[in-house]
Design a protein around this ligand. Structure first.
Ligand SMILES: *[C@@H]1O[C@H](CO)[C@@H](O)[C@H](O)[C@H]1NC(C)=O
Length: 215
């Protein structure tokens, strides 16, 4: 009996370690009820009988994002926030626009792998493996090329052309989350103390103040 309990315990532990992606749905769909005040892991379902075609619909990815910003890119997300029918389905997408030579700066999605395809233009893309190797895996993509960014790893894209570039990304979570490295590290609220960042980045504290002032 004790050993059965032990095996059961080990199974529970190993299952919870293996389930790193969104849980599978237990019904056909669970359209997000954004007005519910109940907090769950995901969003509460609205009554399935009240579901409408528009709950499974989003319009607007034909529109170019506004890339007039410091990095020269714009992400138009289609996650559970924009498309309530995505709730519990473990998937979402985004359109990414790039001004000439614009970048989508180094960032990570804590809850999703991303698969990206180039619709227009050429992109240099890359991701960095975890410690201790921190190996950069990078490639130049052209129209129609596809690249995958494994879950959690820091990745980026850069338009390596004189024209606009467009990509579509699919992500393995209804709510992938985004951590933009520069903003999280140098633009947190409140600030991470400058002496901590100076030691972490091995630079003079003045350099930290200068970078913090940009965020
Ligand atoms: C694009 O964003 C810039 C900077 O925020 C703004 O000045 C400009 O009006 C926007 N352009 C359009 C077409 O919305």
């Amino acid at each position: 009996m004790t050993s059965r309990l032990l095996i059961f315990g080990l199974l529970v532990v190993s299952c919870s370690l293996a389930l790193a992606s969104d849980p599978s749905p237990l019904q056909d769909f669970c359209v997000a009820d954004q007005n519910s005040r109940v907090l769950v892991n995901g969003v509460v379902c609205k009554d399935a009988k009240l579901a409408q075609p528009d709950d499974f619909f989003f319009s607007g990815l034909q529109l170019m994002g506004n890339t007039s910003n410091a990095v020269g890119s714009a992400v138009t997300p289609v996650t559970v926030t924009e498309l309530p029918g995505l709730n519990t389905l473990g998937i979402s997408m985004a359109r990414i626009d790039f001004a000439p030579w614009g970048i989508n700066p180094p960032h990570t999605h804590p809850r999703a792998t991303e698969i990206l395809t180039v619709l227009e233009g050429s992109l240099q893309v890359g991701f960095v493996t975890s410690n201790p190797e921190n190996r950069l895996i990078t490639k130049v993509l052209r129209k129609g090329d596809v690249f995958v960014f494994p879950v959690g790893l820091i990745h980026f894209q850069k338009n390596v052309g004189n024209g606009y570039a467009v990509a579509i990304a699919a992500l393995s979570s209804q709510n992938p989350g985004v951590i933009t490295i520069a903003n999280a590290v140098f633009g947190s609220n409140p600030d991470i103390a400058a002496d901590i960042l100076a030691k972490a980045f091995q630079v003079d504290i003045g350099v930290v103040y200068q970078i913090q002032s940009k965020f």
